[in-house]
Design a protein. Structure first.
Length: 202
């Protein structure tokens, strides 16, 4: 299904290619350092330190209630993304455009990691949006800043030449869906435990 929609020569595939070349082509060395830093916000360990660390210092009750559910939501989403990566096995932009580069028809900048396979979907986008979604559900006042940060991570993957826009978009959707599901499931289970405790006390 994916190959039919976004495969070589398809309408959606051509749009994806043009969008990639436009974003990646806007890169300049002066901005590379910024997006290399931003892309690290998509690493699981970095996200755990940035989110769970402040919760440990300032909101231990919610840390106890939600840490496991948050970590599992993002981790299970990451496993799903890895499964799709291997099933779809889409070339990274550098390999996809290799022949066009040789002909001088396209140019791919990769100022950071040199990656060539398993492009779809983006794991960094999934991790960033998964974490941002759970944080936004838990702390609504932080929803805008964390959403902007996640969007910058997704954009950085295209800017740095390692993902097509569709990779980043679908990765973000994986993150959102798994974190919403994890948060809601945790709330349902907590409500059931509370109801059971009241019944026993009564």
């Amino acid at each position: 299904m994916f190959r039919n929609a976004f495969g070589y020569g398809s309408h959606a595939g051509r749009i994806d290619e043009r969008a990639f070349l436009a974003v990646n082509g806007m890169g300049v060395p002066a901005m590379d350092w910024f997006f290399r830093g931003i892309t690290w916000l998509g690493h699981g360990v970095v996200l755990a330190l940035l989110v769970l660390g402040p919760m440990l210092l300032f909101d231990r009750p919610n840390l106890r209630r939600h840490a496991l559910a948050m970590v599992l939501s993002v981790a299970v989403g990451a496993l799903a993304v890895e499964g799709v990566k291997w099933a779809v096995d889409r070339d990274r932009p550098a390999r996809h455009f290799m022949a066009a580069e040789i002909r001088g028809e396209a140019s791919v900048r990769m100022p950071d990691d040199q990656l060539f396979d398993h492009s779809f979907p983006s794991g960094h986008s999934q991790s960033a949006f998964g974490t941002a979604t759970y944080v936004a559900l838990l702390y609504p006042r932080w929803s805008i800043p964390v959403s902007i940060a996640a969007a910058l991570v997704a954009f950085s993957r295209v800017y740095l030449g390692v993902h097509f826009p569709s990779d980043a978009l679908v990765g973000a959707l994986f993150g959102i869906v798994f974190s919403v599901a994890g948060f809601r499931l945790r709330e349902v289970l907590a409500a059931r435990r509370s109801s059971s405790s009241r019944s026993k006390a009564g």
